[in-house]
Unconditional design. Structure first.
Length: 412
């Protein structure tokens, strides 16, 4: 074990104890009560019957709630101790922070621990986990782990990690085109037997996740929940301070996205803009993959471009699509911070984190700030911060692509 790893584990252990001592005893009551209700339901009726409750979460998360619920002495303790469930999610945050240090070790030879603290102590991320009480960091952990394995050209473990992310939260599907592009890039250098074996392992893992529900003839309930998630809240915005909240204002919370806005519906405009902007975000990575495939180039993927693209796609999803919650930019923060560390362009990670914090605290208002009416909490100001972050990301992306000669089709 290297010195920086020892230092991290000591720091993480101390931080865990400090957080346990000062853990906020409040949060988003609706979300936290759901965790308690679903844990109690699993305890009383069994894991495979969970979809007879009002849950709209996917199976992997309910395995976690199963462990929590059965770790309590009684149903009453599930409810009285539910605030400490935040510490379970916090463990995944520590895991994400460690993955960031592994990235820095892999891609950068400079000192590791001081830089990695930027994410470990990121106020916006900690607010989501320890104040709000949400679980977005669990999904972020598995997506980050997936990219780490892809960077090390270990597609089997990358796909396993990503499959777990998908089984936790459906919104992680926005990473699917990125994952598939890089996996395709890696498998170009491997034989078909390796690909088929990895695919078999992936399908087997998904089967094991579904197996308890298959054995009790409840798999259809999982599928019903999965399809119900699409358009479950067909609003222009579910408190996301994005493009549409800036245009429509507070009415975006109560207006269906099927209403028309300049010929098309809000939903159609959102999807069109997301796909259009994602095309330009994915273009440098796509060209690198095509050069490997068509020109048999030996050039490796340029890691900073990959990391930045992983940060941009969920941010574009959050900013342009309708039906977005205030938390849906959460997974972008990990990759924006990582890119900031690798490039020394700290303003990208800082701007993204600030916009995210202002959005989630502007909705929950848990900090009891006396002046929530000031401009920094105004939805248009926060949307402008997100937009500025996106513009800066595009500038960085294409400057890197030009500098690295990615748009040149000469064989390397």
């Amino acid at each position: 074990m290297e010195d920086w790893q020892k230092q991290f584990f000591v720091l993480a252990g101390l931080l865990f104890l400090v957080v346990l001592f000062i853990l906020p005893d409040h949060g988003h009551k609706g979300d936290i009560s759901c965790w308690a209700d679903w844990s109690a339901f699993i305890r009383m009726h069994g894991l495979t019957n969970i979809y007879y409750s009002d849950t709209d979460y996917l199976p992997a998360y309910h395995y976690i709630l199963y462990l929590y619920g059965h770790s309590r002495e009684s149903i009453d303790r599930i409810y009285t101790d539910i605030n400490y469930f935040k510490m379970v999610v916090f463990l995944f945050h520590l895991g994400s922070s460690y993955i960031m240090l592994l990235f820095i070790r892999l891609l950068d030879t400079k000192e590791k621990l001081p830089q990695g603290i930027f994410y470990l102590l990121n106020i916006a991320v900690l607010y989501n986990t320890l104040v709000w009480g949400q679980v977005d960091e669990i999904m972020t952990f598995f997506v980050a782990l997936s990219l780490y394995f892809l960077t090390r050209e270990q597609p089997r473990w990358a796909m396993i990690s990503y499959l777990l992310a998908i089984n936790l939260k459906l919104q992680s599907i926005v990473f699917l085109p990125l994952i598939l592009l890089i996996v395709f890039f890696i498998y170009l250098g491997k034989n078909i037997k390796t690909f088929l074996l990895d695919l078999f392992i992936l399908v087997s893992l998904q089967y094991l996740i579904f197996l308890p529900f298959i054995l009790t003839d409840n798999l259809h309930m999982v599928w019903n929940t999965l399809f119900r998630l699409v358009d479950s809240q067909p609003l222009i915005s579910a408190n996301a301070f994005n493009l549409w909240f800036a245009i429509v204002g507070i009415d975006a919370r109560g207006t269906h996205d099927t209403e028309r806005f300049i010929v098309f519906t809000y939903k159609q405009w959102g999807l069109f803009l997301f796909f259009l902007m994602s095309f330009f975000a994915l273009l440098p990575l796509f060209i690198q993959v095509m050069k490997r495939w068509l020109l048999h180039s030996s050039q490796e993927l340029f890691a900073p471009i990959t990391v930045l693209t992983f940060g941009m796609v969920p941010l574009l999803f959050f900013f342009f699509c309708t039906q977005m919650h205030e938390r849906y930019s959460h997974p972008a923060i990990f990759f924006l911070v990582l890119y900031s560390i690798l490039s020394r362009k700290w303003y990208i990670g800082l701007l993204g984190s600030l916009a995210y914090l202002l959005n989630i605290d502007g909705v929950l208002r848990s900090l009891k700030f006396q002046y929530y009416g000031v401009i920094i909490y105004d939805s248009k100001f926060v949307a402008a911060l997100f937009f500025l972050t996106i513009v800066l990301c595009y500038r960085e992306l294409y400057n890197l692509a030009i500098k690295e000669g990615i748009f040149s089709w000469k064989k390397v």
